[in-house]
Ligand binder design. Structure first.
Ligand code: NAP
Length: 433
């Protein structure tokens, strides 16, 4: 019997694309790839923007600048999109799917914004749309949610899904660095972009939470905004307080059921107890912690970024798509549960840590405490440090609604003797963020 040939077109030969092409062309892997794909994979072309730039590991004979032509070609079975960005990549992917060409991508931004409509388009035309590498890099969490846990009722997904912020927070925890120094170190090591906004303000994590939630709970991927708080306001004093109290600060992406029909999706820093599995995730690593009704707690951990690790996840999708083409089937990579109602983050109770810098003078504590009381935020514990004529107050609240905590902070900021309101961080209490 002759081995079928599956023709693969790749758009993008940057960090991930060139690593993927290297894996696909690796002679030492050839037989294993044929076995896994049930076909010979033939790379027909690799589209880039600029032919003069170095594209290590990609033979010049494969390079083209005609990405649109490659996507529209009737001559490929699988299109791998590793260019990134929303446009023109959306158009390329639509063009391929509407011709029945399966698509593999690592593009979290595009999947978070258009994932469901693109998957439907593929489904209508008998094509797969796989995007394992869009969340957690090499960590195979999406396929686990889509297949192994398909019959489980997921209660909560909680992840460290941004390596840049986890590296910065780890540096602040283990080296005692302040935020600016830790960010500079992240840039120096290539973990942070020159403009780190998407990472440090939680935009990147929010896209990943939307994708995780779509597979865990059946929400649609269609350009939604979710509650998002980044890490740029976290100070050394907060990290030190967390350590004394038995916590580490992590940026978490959370998607969880609230009651029978509610769903909350959000990104925020949280104080994680040191004995929680997520507390042990250091440096740029990613991890996703899933709580299933029957399975109980599960966790995936690994390299969340980097060209080569990410390319392994892309390769897994290519092999899956190739096997499907050979057997004449395709997956339905989405399910929709429209009974779930979005619960606003403001309506959720949590324990909070709040820090304030105040003038060290009589009566300040009483006026601060009265603001907490006015907004029904009850104080569990308080710590005071004198710093010259200033004092730093650190509060841990009992469970309080986020909107009441926000109102408290807004009013505290207006008190004359309050110099500044520092961080306001949720505390994981009894497993609940
Ligand atoms: N890097 C990671 O660790 C990582 C991890 C997870 C997911 N991802 C995702 O993987 C994707 C690729 O990331 P990357 O880091 O490999 O990006 P990258 O290094 O910036 O590479 C992008 C590649 O795409 C090409 N390109 C961009 N726009 C194009 C267009 N319109 N037409 C043709 N080619 C185009 C570029 O061409 P030139 O070379 O000519 O400029 C370059 O080769 C992104 O969606 C990213 O979010 C990356």
């Amino acid at each position: 019997m002759t081995t079928p040939v599956i023709r693969v077109g790749v758009i993008g030969a940057g960090y991930v694309g060139s690593a993927l092409v290297g894996l696909l062309l690796d002679e030492a892997r050839h037989d294993a790839l044929v076995d896994a794909a049930t076909a010979t994979l033939e790379v027909v072309a690799v589209a880039v923007r600029d032919l003069d730039k170095p594209h290590p590991g990609v033979p010049a004979s494969l390079l083209t600048t005609d990405a649109a032509g490659l996507a529209a070609s009737g001559d490929i079975d699988i299109l791998v999109e590793l260019a990134g960005g929303l446009e023109p990549t959306r158009a390329y992917i639509e063009s391929a799917l509407s011709r029945g060409v399966s698509v593999v991508t690592a593009n979290k931004a595009l999947m978070a914004e258009r994932g469901t409509s693109l998957a439907r388009l593929g489904h209508e035309h008998g094509a797969d749309l796989f995007y394992e590498a869009a969340v957690g890099g090499a960590v195979p969490i999406l396929r686990a949610l889509r297949t192994s846990l398909a019959g489980e009722r997921i209660e909560r997904v909680m992840g460290i899904v941004n390596g840049t912020t986890n590296f910065i927070l780890s540096q602040m925890t283990t080296e005692g660095s302040d935020y600016e120094t830790a960010l500079a170190e992240a840039k120096a090591r290539g973990y942070a972009e020159a403009d780190p906004t998407a990472d440090v303000e939680g935009f990147d994590a929010a896209a990943k939470v939307l994708i995780l939630a779509s597979l865990a709970f059946g929400t649609e991927l269609r350009d939604e905004r979710i509650s998002r708080q980044g890490i740029s306001g976290i100070r050394t004093v907060d990290v030190e307080f967390a350590r004394r109290a038995g916590y580490v600060i992590k940026l978490l992406g959370v998607a969880e059921r609230v009651g029978e029909h509610g769903l909350s999706r959000r990104v925020h820093p949280a104080m994680v107890p040191v004995d929680h599995p997520l507390a042990a995730v250091h440096g740029p690593m990613n991890a996703v912690f899933v709580e299933g009704a029957i399975s109980g707690p599960l966790m995936w951990l690994g390299e969340g970024a980097g060209g080569a690790p990410t390319a392994t996840a892309v390769l897994g999708d290519v092999l899956d798509a190739a096997r499907n083409r050979v057997s004449g089937r395709h997956d339905v990579p989405f399910m929709v549960d429209d009974t779930l109602v979005r619960v606003s983050a403001g309506d959720l109770p949590s324990v909070y840590y709040i820090s304030l810098d105040v003038a060290d003078e009589p009566g300040v504590l009483a006026s601060v405490a009265s603001v907490f009381g006015k907004h029904r935020v009850s104080i569990q514990s308080m710590e005071q440090f004198g710093v010259g004529t200033e004092a730093r107050l650190s509060f841990v609240t009992h469970h309080a609604l986020a909107r009441d905590v926000d109102a408290t902070i807004e009013e505290l900021a207006k008190i004359e003797s309050v110099d500044s309101v520092g961080a306001c961080i949720r505390v994981i209490d009894g497993g609940n963020p």
